[in-house]
Structures are given as C-alpha cells and as structure tokens.
Design a protein around this ligand. Sequence first.
Ligand code: AP5
Ligand code: MG
Length: 215
Amino acid sequence: MKIIMLGAPGAGKGTQAQMIASEKGIPHISTGDIFRANIKEGTDLGKEAKTYMDQGKLVPDELTVRILLDRVAKDDCKNGYVLDGFPRTIPQANVLDEELAKLNDHVDFAINVDVPDENIISRMSGRRACPKCGATYHVKHVPPKKEGICDKCGSELVLRDDDKPETVKKRLGVYHEQTQPLIEYYTGKGILRTVDGTVDPKDVYAAINEILAEV
Ligand code: AP5
Ligand code: MG
C-alpha cells in the first residue's frame, strides 16, 4: 500500500505516519527527516538543504525528488510505504506519478490531516523531536515516558531549528501557496481523503484506519 500524508506543518503527518508504518509494517519515509539526518552528519546535501529549511522555504524540487526516488527504490519499499512531507509541490507529485506508472503502480491514498492555522503555532512550540530516529513528541499532547528522552531509542529530545514562531509562520505561508494545491490534484484523481487533525492522535489514527480498510 502506498500512502501520502498531506497537511500543514505541524498537522501531525509525522505522528500519524509513524503509527501507520508500525501497524502496517511498511516504512515511514519523511523527506524532512532525511534532510535533518544529512544536516546532522554534515553532508553536502545537508548543508544545501539547511539554507532553505532554516528560512522556512522548500528545498528545490530537483534535489528533493532525487532523494525520494532513491529511497523508494530500496528493498524495504517493495510492499509499500507511507510518505510524509512528499510530495509538496505539483511538479513533485507529477514525478512520483510518472515513476509509479512506469512500474504499473499508483498511490492508493493521499490523506489530508486537516488542522487550522490557529492551532499550529502553539503545537509547534511544544514539539520535541528525536534527532536520532525521528520520533516526534509533544510536551503536553504526546509526552515521552521519561521527560526529554526518546521512548524508542533513548536519545535526548530536541527542539527543531525551524520551529521558531517566525519560521513556522513562513512555513505556513509556503504550505498554502505551494502544497495546498495538491489537495485539488489528488481530489481530481479520486484518492484524497480528509481527516480532522484537531482531535486526539489516537482518534485521528482511527479515522485513517477506516480509510485504509477501503482497499
Ligand atoms: P518536514 O519535516 O516535513 O516538516 P513539516 O511539513 O513542516 O511538518 P512537521 O514535521 O513540522 O509537522 P508534522 O505534520 O509532521 O507534525 P508532527 O507529527 O510532528 O519538513 C521540514 C522542511 O524540510 C520543510 O520546511 C522544507 O524546507 C524541507 N522539505 C521537506 N520535505 C520537502 C519536500 N518534499 N520538498 C521540498 N522541501 C521539503 O506534529 C506536530 C506536533 O504536534 C508534535 O509535537 C506532535 O506530538 C503534536 N501532535 C500531533 N498530532 C497531534 C494531535 N492530534 N493533537 C495534539 N498534538 C498533536
Ligand atoms: Mg514531520
């Protein structure tokens, strides 16, 4: 099964993608996590991506597409995957569709996690992320078992560099301009499904699970 998670920054794409991936036994692929891992390792890719990410801008399509296509070509993607944060532009969506069509394949669902802008900024300030495995928490809504420590791998949790309120506002602007048009794109293909992202994460997941049962 191939699933795309759509939604504003902080809508909960990563939180839900993690749950889907572990329930369905398919990889969770986040382009943001791939970029952050490269930044941490100090690679050339990381250095380039960081200049865009820190400004709340999108990393150029060409670079992002190359990384994503490399990742989905790996063996663990044979039974499907959940994409979190890709595609983010119409050209990215076109490339994905074209590449899948070459393999006689297609995306099953694009799940839009709907959260109004007003909720986003407060959510982001409470987010804590694991720099090692990419797991995401919230100090109030989704706390780790031990404060400041990742449940999954025991690493120390951090605040993301791009979660400052000014950068979050810019990311929201970029989302509305460049990513929101994908809602219409996938509606046109008949695979868009929208879930209310303002309720408890478990309830968001229950709604997604019903959708996934359609296939
Ligand atoms: P990326 O890492 O994808 O960031 P984003 O889209 O801005 O989304 P976030 O990861 O911030 O939010 P999320 O929706 O995953 O929410 P989360 O589950 O963490 O991208 C970062 C940057 O990389 C981009 O700005 C861009 O520069 C670049 N990039 C990445 N992909 C790209 C692409 N394809 N093309 C070009 N550039 C690209 O949840 C947020 C918080 O809320 C957490 O604290 C969580 O615990 C909490 N929470 C989650 N669900 C709930 C709930 N239901 N109720 C209450 N709290 C909740
Ligand atoms: Mg995320």
